[in-house]
Design a binder for this molecule. Structure first.
Ligand code: NAD
Length: 480
């Protein structure tokens, strides 16, 4: 059991002014995992006040980059010592397989913390530029107080892509994790406090939508770093506009996997599957639309359906489980509703389906992984983000049509192109209007930027782009 009855405000554990708590339940079983305090507006106000005071004091913002770097490295070491416990905690509140928490959800945030610790030290903050007549110092400064708002599908990894670069840059941060998974993010509070982060610089206040909106509206928040749905992202961008607060947005996706006519399906299917089903299908970059040349559509649907049906669905603590439950009952109902909608729209269920849950899974919020065939891109199941283990197969007749279908989406986050000729695949990838594309399932190189075009977001995380997102640029004219 993990009991977190207090909020981490300005570096101190405090009773919630809201008086609210939430019981966290294991999505696989419904068993109680623990309880967490939930912050309200007064808690957000206290956290922002502490952040503002610490930022203005310069205790962290003006500390030598080497000092910031050392604190961050210490925090990363402390997180690493708890890796086993943290993986269990994530799986208990989120429901993704434990092996995935161990492989990605825990090591990635530690890696991000170390990466930005190094960037704090090595970044060139000052540059002189001259036009022959005048000379300016162009300098990069921390953006100020950051409001970071995160969703439930990466309880440590999503916060880490905001905390690591913003703290490395010298910002003070208020992190608001969601009520579905409020427990594991506190590992950052434990680690940074022990590592010597000055008081006030970091607050962690789990809370609901209202607390998030209050953080966005707060006049002392200079920058909002948000990950979540496009609907919330739009509301946040509009709210931030009233005082021209800086925003970066990492939003939803409906990524297309373009399977070229000469692709080897024996290679494609096993690599594509985990890219569609990671975190039980609850991933923003999930490859959920599979675009296949009509000449190989039947073979692909058969192979994909067989592979999906063979995925073990069940207890996420079991190492052989590939797909666990949805995070909440609400999310389960939403995903099942989309599968039913797909059938009503004319899609064929090649495997899975909303009503096929075996009795042993009925104690948790499971959905059977589903392949919808005969999908048209105009259907809602092809246009809207389902955020569950559901793949939609769409046939095309020419590569031009495949690119047009891939781009016929309000989203533009990720995608993939599959075929034996890498140059040809890259040429297709260049035509896809998304922030990221994988060729044949190859993962992104570490340090390359992550983020989306269109309604999938504004700005980028990871790499130097993710660091610059927390800097302001100042020109000081100094004369020759
Ligand atoms: P959500 O938008 O409902 O909530 C995300 C967070 O924002 C939560 O902390 C929530 O409390 C808060 N929130 C909601 N409305 C708000 C508002 N108006 N103002 C301020 N805060 C608000 O999303 P979710 O259901 O928790 O997460 C799933 C979504 O996140 C999916 O759309 C997914 O694609 C997206 N996501 C994107 C990325 C990315 O990097 N692009 C990564 C992970 C998840």
């Amino acid at each position: 059991m993990t009991e977190r009855p207090e909020l981490f405000i300005g570096g101190r554990w405090q009773q919630p002014r809201s008086g609210e708590t939430i019981e966290v339940r294991n999505p696989a079983t419904g068993a109680r995992v623990g309880e967490a305090a939930l912050g309200g507006n007064a808690d957000i106000d206290a956290a922002v006040e502490a952040a503002r005071a610490s930022f203005d004091s310069g205790a962290w913002a003006d500390a030598a980059p080497e000092e910031r770097s050392e604190v961050m490295h210490r925090a990363a070491d402390l997180l690493e010592k708890r890796a086993t416990e943290l993986a269990v905690s994530i799986t208990s509140e989120l429901g993704c397989p434990l092996w995935f928490s161990e492989m990605a959800h825990v090591p990635n945030p530690i890696r991000h913390t170390r990466y930005y610790a190094e960037m704090a030290r090595s970044f060139e903050y000052d540059e002189y530029r001259t036009d022959g007549t005048n000379r300016s110092l162009v300098t990069q400064e921390p953006v100020g107080v950051v409001g970071a708002i995160t969703p439930w599908n990466g309880p440590l990894s999503t916060p880490s892509l905001k905390l690591a670069p913003s703290l490395a840059a010298g910002c003070s941060v208020v992190l608001k994790p969601p009520p579905e998974t409020p427990l594991t993010a506190y590992a950052f509070a434990d680690a940074f406090a022990e590592a010597g982060l000055p008081e006030g610089v970091l607050s962690i206040v789990p809370g609901g939508r209202e607390a998030g909106a209050h953080l966005v509206d707060h006049p002392e928040v200079d920058k909002v770093a948000f990950t979540g749905s496009s609907a919330a992202g739009k509301a946040i961008m509009a709210a931030a506009a009233s005082r021209v607060a800086r925003v970066t947005l990492e939003l939803g996706g409906k990524s297309a996997a373009i399977v070229l006519p000469d692709a080897d399906l024996d290679e494609v299917v096993p690599k594509l599957l985990p890219m569609a089903m990671m975190v039980n299908g609850q991933a923003c970059i999930a490859q959920t639309r599979v675009l296949v040349h009509r000449s190989i559509e039947k073979q692909l649907v058969e192979a994909l359906a067989a592979a999906v049906a063979a995925q073990k669905v069940g207890d996420p603590m079991d190492p052989s489980t590939k797909i666990g439950p949805m995070v909440s009952e609400r999310q389960r109902e939403r995903v099942a509703g989309y599968i039913e909608l797909g059938e009503q729209e004319g899609a064929t269920v090649a495997t899975g389906g909303a009503l096929t849950l075996p009795p042993e899974l009925q104690g948790g919020w499971f959905v059977m992984p589903t392949v919808l065939a005969d999908v048209q891109n105009s259907m809602r199941v092809a246009q809207e983000e389902i955020f569950g283990p559901v793949m939609a197969v769409i046939a095309y007749d020419s590569v031009d049509e495949a690119v047009a279908i891939a781009n016929d989406s309000v989203y533009g986050l990720s995608g993939s192109v599959w075929g034996p000729d890498v140059d040809e695949a890259v040429a297709v990838a260049r035509r896809v209007r998304t922030g990221m594309v994988s060729i044949n399932g190859v993962p992104q190189a570490y340090g390359s930027p992550f983020g989306g075009y269109k309604q999938s977001g504004v700005g980028r995380e990871m790499g130097p782009e993710g660091f610059r997102a927390f800097l302001e640029t100042k020109s000081i004219a100094v004369g020759l």
